[in-house]
Design a protein around this ligand. Structure first.
Ligand code: MG
Length: 163
């Protein structure tokens, strides 16, 4: 068993769609970034790559590369699974926290977990998504941005199982 941690922050700006865990969340602002800026998917990808000893998403998908402009981060997550799969790893479980003062994310958590589980090709029970505010403190509390933390556990696929 190997473990990895991921952390990411994106700035909230007007005129962008808010995408979290592949869900379009209705809100007056969205996250700024080169891709769809799905901060939750980014934190999970960094946790997975970290667990596999494969660096981070900046190394695999540089934001200077036009191919990744506006791309769905779930598509990048599928790419990360190919990187892990090539090394013989499968995901055991992922736990994560979205840190946002607003909007209220509870109604979207189940769909986020489902999207993320599908992209990682694991049962939805292997993915746990949580959300918290910061009681108004700091950049998340003031609504300047949204942060996400993730921890991933991965394991080697047993030889000869054909998985
Ligand atoms: Mg990011």
């Amino acid at each position: 068993m190997r473990f990895g941690i991921g952390y990411d922050v994106h700035r909230l700006v007007k005129g962008r769609e808010l995408i979290l865990g592949g869900v379009s969340v209705p809100f007056e602002k969205g996250l700024d970034g080169h891709s769809d800026a799905d901060v939750l998917a980014h934190a999970i990808m960094d946790a997975l790559l970290g667990a596999a000893g494969q660096g981070d998403i900046g190394r695999h998908f540089p934001d200077t590369d036009a191919r990744y402009k506006g791309i769905s981060s779930l598509a990048l997550l599928e790419r990360v699974m190919e990187i892990l799969g090539a090394d013989g790893y499968q995901v055991s479980n992922v736990d994560c926290v979205v840190v946002a003062q607003r909007p209220k994310l509870a109604p979207y958590i189940t769909r986020m977990a489902k999207n993320l589980a599908e992209a990682m090709r694991v049962p939805v029970t292997a993915v746990n998504v949580k959300a918290t505010t910061t009681e108004g403190l700091g950049f998340a509390g003031s609504g300047e941005g949204i942060a996400a933390y993730a921890v991933a556990g991965i394991k080697k696929v047993p030889e000869g199982t054909g998985q």
